[in-house]
Design a protein around this ligand. Structure first.
Ligand code: DHB
Ligand code: FE
Length: 284
């Protein structure tokens, strides 16, 4: 049977993708960000899974205000890189895993979570920046991501957004689905977005280090308590885009019930307008 081996959590700041794509990763400002991922790139080389289930949010690139799925699972064989206004990022297209994605959709929908099935979807910085941070920048022409990726898009852009509690319980349903897939696959679940940031309005630039540290502590040690935090607390304390953090609870819910091993923890301010947070948790 398939099993979940580890979960990875990281912010997805688009300027990180631009820094990599424009060759600025050696600049002192960006070095402080990328230093936090040196361990992680080696860790992923040592612990390459068969499939990554990547929880992220689309930023009105695949979905517009015309159609807003709360939870959308990518079941295609391939996902092109979205053009967010400056041309697609020069990174490889994402190969999916249609068999596992279809199985998870079947299992999770029968467990009462209404997923939208997506068979055609470009993926934006919400998905590609975490891959770049963890895998490094492609060498021109001869690079593919290390394994298939199932994109799982969550609406945290347009209200109403799903609660942390629902996200956590959905993670548990995803774990059950993976563990009932009849192939010996090692699967990682990644939760992305956050940490505290607000991009618009009078509070633009808001960073709340205390909130972020407490969130990381609770995500590791008391996720079921963290899952009770209402959406409005994220927005008030972590900024309007801090609500992206509920996606981390999906990945955490997919982990075993016993305490995980904290393989890596990193926090840095700033990257663009955002606090960057990053965790790697291994199932024990
Ligand atoms: C920024 C952060 C985001 O999460 C995002 O989606 C867009 C911009 C920023 O910090 O600039
Ligand atoms: Fe974002």
């Amino acid at each position: 049977m398939a099993r979940i081996t580890a979960s990875v959590y990281t912010s997805h700041v688009p300027a990180i993708g631009a820094a990599l794509d424009l060759g600025k990763s050696g600049e002192p400002y960006w070095q402080k960000v990328f230093a936090g991922y040196e361990f992680s790139k080696q860790w992923l080389r040592n612990n390459t899974p068969d499939v990554i289930f990547l929880v992220y949010n689309d930023h009105a690139n695949a979905f517009s205000l015309d159609l807003i799925p709360t939870f959308a699972i990518g079941c295609a064989a391939e996902f092109p890189i979205a053009d967010e206004g400056w041309g697609p990022r020069p990174v490889p297209a994402v190969k999916g895993h249609p068999e596992l994605a279809a199985h998870i959709a079947q299992s999770v929908i029968q467990d009462d979570f209404d997923l939208t099935i997506v068979n055609k979807m470009p993926v934006d910085h919400g998905l590609t920046v975490p891959l770049s941070l963890m895998c490094g920048q492609p060498a021109a022409g001869k690079f593919a991501w290390p394994c298939p990726v199932i994109p799982f898009a969550v609406n945290v852009v347009q209200y109403p957004v799903p609660s942390g509690r629902r996200c956590y319980n959905l993670g548990r349903a995803i774990r059950k689905a993976v563990e009932s897939f009849d192939a010996p696959l090692k699967v990682q679940v990644w939760g992305t977005g956050g940490m505290s940031h607000q991009l618009q309005g009078p509070r633009a630039g808001l960073i709340n280090r205390e909130f972020d540290a407490a969130f990381l502590d609770q995500l590791i040690a008391a996720p079921e308590v963290l899952a009770q935090k209402p959406h409005i607390d994220y927005v008030r304390e972590a900024g309007s885009e801090g609500i992206e953090l509920v996606m981390w609870l999906i990945a955490r819910g997919a982990m075993n019930d016993n305490s995980p091993k904290v393989a890596h923890r990193f926090y840095h301010v700033p990257a663009s307008n955002t606090a960057v947070g990053h965790l790697i948790l291994e199932n024990t």
